[in-house]
Structure formats: C-alpha cells, structure tokens
Write a protein that binds this ligand. Structure first.
Ligand SMILES: *Cc1c(COP(=O)(O)O)cnc(C)c1O
Length: 433
C-alpha cells in the first residue's frame, strides 16, 4: 500500500522526495483521539487531523446522524433547491453566531469561504457605487488558505513566495502577536499599539480598502500566535469609523477552540463576515460557510441578476455535511462540551508546569484548547525531525517551524494528556542532548 500510495497519490503540503526516508503512515481506522495503523499500533491525534476533528474520530452520534441522512438524501444542488439540513444548519448558526449574522452562504472548504468573503465585500462596495474599494488588509504572518485569492491575503513566505507573481497585492499591518511586545509591555498594551498602526493605515488607505481580514485571537498556521481581544474591539471600531468591512476568519478557531463557541465573542464584536469550516463538521466532511449581516445581504437583493452574488460550488450545502454539522452543534450543546473543555484545559495546564519551565521552551502559551511553545535554538529541519520522532513515540505532532503545538480533539482524557505531555517532554530532552 505504501509504495502504491507514493506512486499514485500526490500528498498535500509535502516534498514527495522526503518520503524516500520518512515513511508514510497508513491508517486503517480511528476512534476517539487515536489513529490505528495496519498493525493496530496507535497514534494520538494531538492536532485533530489538521485542526478539523473536535469530538473524536468515529463519534457515535455523528455516525448515526450521517447514516440517517444517507437513507433519505445524499445530495441535491442548492441553486433553485433547498433541503432541511441546509435550512436547519443556517438557522442554527445564525442563532449561535454573534448577533446580526443571519445569512449563510455555503461552500466546500476554508479557502473557498475566504474567497467568498473577499468577493462579497468587494461587490458590496461596488453595488453601493464605491467600486474604488478594491484592496484588502491583513495582519502580518496571517494565513487564510492557499487558492490564489486566499493566498493573496496570506502572509506566510513558504506558501506565498513561489506564487507571488500570480497574486494580488494586499497590505499588511502589524500582528498583535504578544510575543512581539516590548519588554514590560502587556499583551493588551501591545494590541493597542498595533491598533494604532491599523488606524494610521486606514487614515491613508481606507477609501481604496474593502475589508480587513483577521484570524480572531490566534493566528494558527503562522505559528499559533496569540493576542489580546482588545485588538478585535479596536479593529471593529476602526472598521466602522473608516467604512471598511471586518472579515473574521474563524475557520481554525471556531466551535469552541478558543474557549468560547466563536473567538469574536471574547471581544464582544460582530464582524461583517464570519468564515467557518474545519471543525464545522467535526472533521467528517468538507463544508464551509460564510455568515453575512442583513446589511450585506440587502446590498445584493435586487431585481437585477448581476447585483446578486453569482458564485457557486458544486457541493455547496451538501446535506450529509450539513447533518454532520448539526450533530456537532447538538453534541456541543447537550454534552456541555465547552464547560468540560475548561476543566480539561485546567488539568492540562497543571500537568504542563514542568514543560513550561523546560530550559528549551520559550513562550509557552494557551488559548482555550490550543497550546504552543517555541523551541529555543532549534536546528534547521527541527520540525520534520520532531514530527518523525513524535510518531515513533505514538503521537501525531507537526511543529510549525520552531513552534510545537497541540490542538487535540475535545474528548482527550487525563491518561491521554499524560501520554502526550510525557512524550513531548521526552522528545525535548532528547533534542537537548
Ligand atoms: C485552514 C485555514 C484556512 C483554509 O482552509 P482549507 O479548508 O484548508 O482551505 C483558512 N483560514 C484559516 C485561518 C485556516 O486555518
């Protein structure tokens, strides 16, 4: 199977030649936080399979919801047709999201949700007679996906530089990442200083700017950079004052990852657009959605076809994916998952005390169910070597450069937390020799 995979499958985000020495891991089944290979050896999925898995693999309630849906309707196009799973999910999300986001536009993955938000923002201004507003502002070190439009608002050189000639320019303002605060400056003070820089940018460029796009509270792919909610409050005020949309990309942080159902709640703000994907279906099926305000929706509502949002994806609002999402929302609510997570996070933080003060560890940080630290004096190639040794130790971890992080499924238990932390500590001790 391994050789066949290497020949036939071109794996994502991978230099395929590296697999000459790094073996692929064939997975035959998964349950809870555990992945099982063909020999039955298990690996703790500490990163929720690229941040999508929230409630464990093979979750019985999601499985049952999908089986039921499969017996009535697998798929129907969403233009001209509708179905209960899409309607129920839209109503439910509108109720749960920050107030005022009442209109759900579906797509299939995170990058397409970002494309949709960008296009909608631009067209809103165009429909309002302000077609000069064509520019987008992002935070430095931001990640919003890798299709050309999404990559245009992504600021990670490794993903971006090769394709730079194909991308639209976007403007970067300083990231409120608290690791960049001056000595003695609190994360909140630093967030205010960054908001000042955003204000200065808007003072010069707001008339040509359609939207600011942010990853609320945690810039995940950019190295789990965490920041104070004050930045979001200020950004909301500035966007209002300068007539610029605020796009909240909660593709990675939505559905409880930061401790609240949506990260924006911690700032008490409503963005103009909210992008969701990844955890939306609990890691079961590809689905994304952009929630928009009444005001945005109203700007497209017209007799003229071309004032509408003429954008589509074949699998928009797939009924199976919507059912998985509804099951996720049921579980989060009925099983009081966010409350349980606070307890899980407290246990993990207590047991990570030793790791926090390890001599190779800098900037140990935690927001909700995301943990990260930076390895001091990391060698080149550290991320790949660490990933490999972690796998040998039975844990799936993929450091981002020198940043080691975990973002486990919410069902992780105490024994599994100990297994994870002792594996990480052992690997650091070995790396320090
Ligand atoms: C993963 C991610 C995306 C892209 O989602 P895909 O489904 O991988 O296209 C966009 N924004 C953020 C913040 C992400 O973490």
């Amino acid at each position: 199977m391994l050789e066949r995979s290497l020949r036939a499958v071109w794996h994502p985000c991978t230099q395929m030649k590296h697999h000459e020495t790094l073996p692929l891991v064939p997975i035959s089944r998964a349950e809870g936080v555990w992945l099982y290979d063909l020999e039955g050896r298990r690996i703790l999925d500490a990163i929720g399979s690229w941040w999508v898995n929230l409630l464990g693999h093979g979750n019985p309630r999601i499985n049952a919801a999908l089986r039921r849906q499969l017996d009535s309707l697998e798929h129907v196009m969403l233009a001209g047709f509708t179905h209960a799973p899409a309607v129920e999910l839209s109503e439910r999300l509108a109720k749960l999201a920050p107030r005022g986001l009442g209109h759900c536009f579906f797509a299939s993955d995170g990058a397409s949700a970002v494309e949709i938000a960008l296009k909608m923002s631009y067209q809103y201004w165009k429909n309002a007679g302000r077609s000069a507003k064509t520019e987008f502002v992002t935070l430095s070190n931001s990640y919003h996906g890798e299709t050309l439009g999404a990559l245009s608002v992504t600021d990670i050189p490794l993903y971006r530089d090769t394709y730079a000639p194909l991308l639209r320019a976007s403007a970067q303002v300083p990231s409120p990442d608290w690791r960049l605060a001056a000595p003695g400056e609190t994360p909140r003070e630093y967030a205010r200083r960054c908001a000042k820089a955003l204000e200065e940018h808007f003072e010069r460029h707001a008339p040509g700017t359609a939207a600011l796009i942010v990853e609320p509270l945690v810039q995940c792919a950019g190295g789990m950079a965490m920041y104070d909610a004050e930045y979001l409050r200020r950004a909301r005020e500035l966007c209002d004052r300068f007539e610029v949309h605020l796009i909240a990309d909660e593709i990675a942080v939505g559905f409880g990852r930061t401790g609240t159902l949506f990260a924006c709640e911690q700032a008490g703000i409503t963005p103009d657009f909210l992008c969701l994907s990844k955890g939306l279906t609990g890691g079961y099926l590809p689905l994304s959605v952009v929630l928009a305000t009444d005001r945005v929706y109203g700007a497209f509502y017209d007799d003229k076809l071309e004032r509408g949002f003429l954008h589509s994806h074949s699998y928009s609002g797939n009924p199976l994916a919507c059912r998985a999402a509804l099951a996720v929302l049921d579980i989060l609510e009925e099983e009081k998952v966010l409350e349980r997570n606070r307890n899980t996070a407290a246990i993990l933080n207590r047991r990570a005390q030793g790791l926090r003060s390890h001599r190779r560890v800098a900037h140990f940080r935690n927001t909700g169910m995301i943990w990260a630290f930076d390895l001091k004096d990391a060698r080149p190639g550290f991320a790949r070597d660490f990933h490999r040794s972690a796998l040998e130790a039975g844990v799936l971890l993929r450091p981002l450069g020198a940043t080691v992080y975990w973002m486990p499924p919410y069902v992780i238990g105490e024994v599994e937390i100990d297994f994870l932390l002792s594996a990480v500590t052992r690997l650091l001790d070995v790396a320090s020799r």
